[in-house]
Design a protein around this ligand. Structure first.
Ligand code: FE2
Length: 197
């Protein structure tokens, strides 16, 4: 049983002009599929070969001798979560339970936007910005390289990939423009609500 690729929930040109088909094609086929392929090669015929992706991440997180497995497993998980965090014609004001919770836990949508953008911009080098639940309360965090909140037992609700490969063809070095666009045009609040439920 190998780890399977998550099928993209939309066509590769469906996020244009915000994210081009070229970016999504490289990101999915080269980067994401590359992590999954590498991972399957590393776990083949080991005690991890039959494990679920989440378990592989938990079991290798603190083991330096298994950092290659952790990195590829975490990147496989983070990307499959990112594909679901976004959708065509997404973004803007949230509705449903998350709208209420943003108000009670973070001070409202505008505060979330401010914090989420700050987390993404200030992540030095490669990494991810997240909206997570920590002990039932919303929190905005960032992680570096492959690191993932599920390794720390947090519950992710939303993520944005701030590795350059996620935006460079469309935005070059302008990570802040990519984050503005992501917040305004891509966030899949239905998915966030489904994770919160
Ligand atoms: Fe990526």
């Amino acid at each position: 049983m190998a780890i399977a690729l998550l099928k993209l929930p939309y066509e590769k040109d469906a996020l244009a002009p915000h994210i081009s088909a070229e970016t999504l094609d490289f990101h999915y086929e080269k980067h994401y599929a590359g992590y999954v392929k590498k991972l399957n090669g590393l776990i083949a015929e080991t005690e991890l070969a039959e494990e679920k992706l989440e378990n592989i991440i938990q079991k290798t997180y603190t083991d330096d001798s298994k950092s290659a497995i952790f990195n590829n497993a975490a990147q496989a998980w983070n990307h499959s979560f990112y594909w679901q965090s976004i959708k065509p014609n997404g973004g803007g004001d949230p509705s449903g339970a998350i709208a209420k919770k943003l108000k009670s836990d973070l001070g409202g949508y505008d505060k979330f936007v401010e914090e989420f953008k700050k987390a993404g911009v200030s992540q030095f080098g490669s990494g991810w910005a997240w909206l997570v639940l920590r002990g039932g309360k919303l929190e905005v965090i960032k992680t570096s390289n492959a690191d993932t909140p599920i390794a720390d037992g947090l519950k992710p609700l939303l993520t944005v990939d701030v590795w350059e490969h996620a935006y460079y063809l469309d935005y070059q070095n302008r990570r802040d423009d990519y984050l503005d666009m992501y917040i305004k045009n891509l966030i899949n609040w239905d998915f966030v609500n489904s994770q919160l439920a």
